[in-house]
Structures are given as structure tokens and as C-alpha cells.
Design a protein around this ligand. Structure first.
Ligand SMILES: [Zn+2]
Ligand SMILES: [Zn+2]
Length: 417
């Protein structure tokens, strides 16, 4: 299937010199002839959903997106999806909350223009931006052992990674901050080329965008970080979209038992569709701990335990029920900064257990996303079932409500609707 990106979501760019001629707030820009616009070299005016106050609905407004600087790419977003990290950061108040800011980090788009010294992509290429850099020339990026780029380490920075400045301003000239180096809740955004993956235009945009963060993280944690073996037993703590993505990855790897643990039994029916074979309501265990029950169910512990909630106490429970000798506990959830983890010393020394963190599922974006797309094309990786809602950009605040209320896994937001 091919998508016509020439017309999809094509709000013709407004150049800076033309800005003055348009009276705000109007979208007369959509009537202009884009053929006269020079791509990639002038500022663009477009719509963005801006977080103006923490925890309050995003404001859809016109903004100006500056041209890409050296090694940067300006992207016309086709669709984006909402991840829990957007919500966590949206809620942050002073001094952690930074506003005004453009959130969003799961997306699919088309390259509109490139800055100097960009050879990897060109205008018209379809791309997925990610929050993980893959610079291609640091020691970590050159190694197969790590996906943690040391040139551009993970950061919640509010500016571009290479030049340290923002590309967004509002119509009063005030700087609008970036988020996770993606900021996809805007019709146009600028992303450093180290964070841009060129992909086949045939992949549906509303599936491709899932690979920027959540779904890729869960699948990657099972496939890359844990390297789940065929016939093994997996325990997943937390059945949100990341936990279900771990289940999908474990299923792909051939796990024979996938035990899902959650305090909310409403999630159990959905979990079964993701290959979870046994379900445990951790809120109803009476006098036993979760780890005791899992140890009993598995006769000595699961081969792999995945913590997808972000609670130090739950990581300890997961570690306590991974099998001695080769059991691995993989941490995906995000605790508060500075949280301390307390583990039984002898579980490590005498019982040979391993604990590992998994950022972006251990995936190296520029190579592993292609593998996930290949699996999707071959109908092995089932991305479709993660998309429970699709809405237009103007209704973006509804996506927040749906995810907060636990009513959706992934809500895709189409920019042209
Ligand atoms: Zn690197
Ligand atoms: Zn995310």
C-alpha cells in the first residue's frame, strides 16, 4: 500500500517574509500556492498544540518553525501518538515543568527540508523520529553491545541536542521549548539527524509512529535486552501498553508461558489478546506476596521478569521471582529520580540472578526499527491491535483524557484531520 504524502496534511508552508501579510488568527496559509515556497530554508508558520500551563489542555496555536541548522531535519508530521511520558511531563509543575513546550515523541512524517551537511535523508523521504540518538560514530553507536549513544545521551532537554537552541517561537516571538528532541505535536518540527530514521513509505503512518517509543520499547525489551528463548516462561509486571508490548515481543520470541500481573483486572481480557497465557491479580493475594505466588506457579521462578510500572518495590518483587541460575529481571518502568533499589545480596552472588535496565528496549534505532517494520510487513509483529483510537489534531486533548482514564492503549492523532 502506498500513501500519497504529497497531498496528505500538506498545509503549504508560509515563509517568514510572507508572515506579515497574514492576519492572525487565520489559516489563509492553506490557500497559498506552495510551489513558490523554498523548502528547508525559511521559517514556516503552522499549527502546534502547545503546553502553556502544566496539566491544562494544550493550546492549538500558530507558531513559527525556524529552518533546520547544520545536521538538522525539518519534518512535516503526518501523524503522532500519545505516550504516558508525554502525560507525566505535561503534569510537571515548577521547577521541573518547562513551558511553553511542544510535547509528543511518537511520530511519522515527511522530510520538508534539511540543514547543511545532512546526507542521510532528503526532502520527501518518509521518516520516524525517536528520542534515542544513533549518531553512528561514537564508541557506543559503533558497538553492538549498547544502544546508549554517548555523544548524545538520553535527556529531557528542552533545546536541540547539537546547537542548544530552540527552533520554535510563538507569534509574539517568545521561545517555545522542545521535548525529547522530537516535539511532534506540531505540523512541522525540527529533529537532529541522529534521531531520524528513514523508512519505507509503504508502511502505514498510523502503525509506523508506534515504533518511535512505547511499542518498540516493550518488544525490544523481550527481543534485544532479555533475548527471550523459545519455550521459556515470562512474567510481566504491569499490563499497560508497554507491558502488552513486552508480551507481544515474548510471543514473537516463542515464550510458552506469559504470566501477566496487574492490580486492575479490567486489563485482563485485553492482555489475553496479546498472548498473555496466565493472569494474576496482585491486589487479591491475601497473605502471599506476588513473588511467592510466581515462584509457586513456575516451580522456582520465571526465566524472565519484566517490570513495566516504575516502582522500586515492584522491581524487588520481580527480582525475587526470577529463576536462580539464569533468571533475568528487566526494568522498563520509570521511578522517581534518585530512587534506591534494595536487592538481596545472595540472590546475586549465590543464585546467579541478573538485573538489567532497558531504555528503548535496547534497540539501536537506525537498524532495529527496520527489523520491526519487516516483522510487521510479514504479519509477525501485530502492531494493529495497539491502536485503539484515532482522532484529528484539533481533538488532541481528547487523547490525553483517553489515556489518563485507561481507555486506550495508543491513540493516533492525524495532523490533517
Ligand atoms: Zn552515538
Ligand atoms: Zn514514550
Amino acid at each position: 500500500m502506498d500513501f500519497n504524502y504529497k497531498t496528505m496534511n500538506r498545509r503549504p508552508p508560509l515563509t517568514q517574509s510572507q508572515d506579515d501579510a497574514v492576519s492572525s488568527p487565520s489559516f489563509q496559509i492553506s490557500l497559498m500556492d506552495e510551489s513558490s515556497a523554498v523548502t528547508g530554508v525559511q521559517s514556516i508558520r503552522c499549527r502546534a498544540a502547545v503546553c502553556r500551563k502544566p496539566g491544562e489542555p494544550l493550546v492549538i496555536e500558530e507558531i513559527s518553525v525556524a529552518p533546520p541548522m547544520a545536521r538538522e531535519v525539518r519534518i512535516r508530521i503526518i501523524c503522532t501518538s500519545l505516550c504516558h511520558t508525554d502525560i507525566s511531563v505535561w503534569k510537571l509543575k515548577d521547577p521541573l515543568g518547562i513551558v511553553p513546550r511542544i510535547l509528543g515523541h511518537e511520530a511519522f512524517g515527511v522530510v520538508e527540508g534539511v540543514g547543511e551537511d545532512v546526507n542521510e535523508v532528503k526532502e520527501g523521504d518518509t521518516v520516524i523520529p525517536t528520542f534515542m540518538a544513533d549518531c553512528g560514530d561514537c564508541e557506543d553507536c559503533l558497538s553492538n553491545n549498547s544502544n546508549l549513544c554517548s555523544k548524545f545521551p538520553f535527556s529531557m532537554s528542552s533545546v536541540m541536542p547539537r546547537h542548544g537552541t530552540s527552533r520554535f517561537t510563538d507569534l509574539n516571538g517568545e521561545v517555545i521549548h522542545h521535548f525529547l528532541y522530537v516535539s511532534s505535536f506540531s505540523e512541522y518540527t525540527v529533529v537532529d539527524v541522529a534521531y531520524v530514521i528513514k523508512v519505507d513509505p509503504a508502511i502505514p503512518p498510523n502503525r509506523a509512529c508506534l515504533l518511535s517509543c512505547g511499542v518498540a520499547t516493550g518488544v525490544g525489551a523481550a527481543w534485544k535486552t532479555a533475548n527471550v528463548k523459545k519455550g521459556s516462561t515470562v512474567a510481566i509486571f504491569g499490563l499497560g501498553s508497554i507491558g502488552l508490548a513486552v508480551a507481544e515481543g515474548a510471543r514473537l520470541c516463542g515464550a510458552s508461558r506469559i504470566i501477566g500481573i496487574d492490580i486492575n483486572p479490567d486489563k485482563f481480557e485485553v492482555a489475553k489478546k496479546f498472548g498473555v497465557t496466565e493472569l494474576l491479580n496482585s491486589g487479591r493475594l491475601e497473605d502471599k506476596s506476588v513473588s511467592q505466588v510466581i515462584n509457586e506457579m513456575t516451580g522456582g521462578g520465571a526465566d524472565y521478569c519484566f517490570e513495566c510500572v516504575g516502582m522500586a518495590s515492584l522491581v524487588q518483587e520481580a527480582f525475587a521471582c526470577c529463576r536462580q541460575g539464569w533468571g533475568k529481571t528487566i526494568v522498563l518502568g520509570v521511578e522517581k529520580p534518585g530512587a534506591i533499589l534494595s536487592l538481596n545480596f545472595f540472590d546475586i552472588l549465590l543464585r546467579g540472578k541478573t538485573i538489567m535496565g532497558s531504555l528503548y528496549g535496547g534497540l539501536k534505532p537506525k537498524s532495529d526499527i527496520h527489523t520491526l517494520i519487516k516483522w510487521y510487513t510479514e504479519k509477525k509483529l501485530e502492531l494493529d491491535k495497539f491502536v485503539t483510537h484515532e482522532i484529528g489534531f484539533g481533538d488532541i486533548n481528547e487523547a490525553f483524557d483517553l489515556l489518563i482514564e485507561g481507555k486506550c492503549l495508543r491513540c493516533v492523532i492525524w495532523m490533517n484531520k
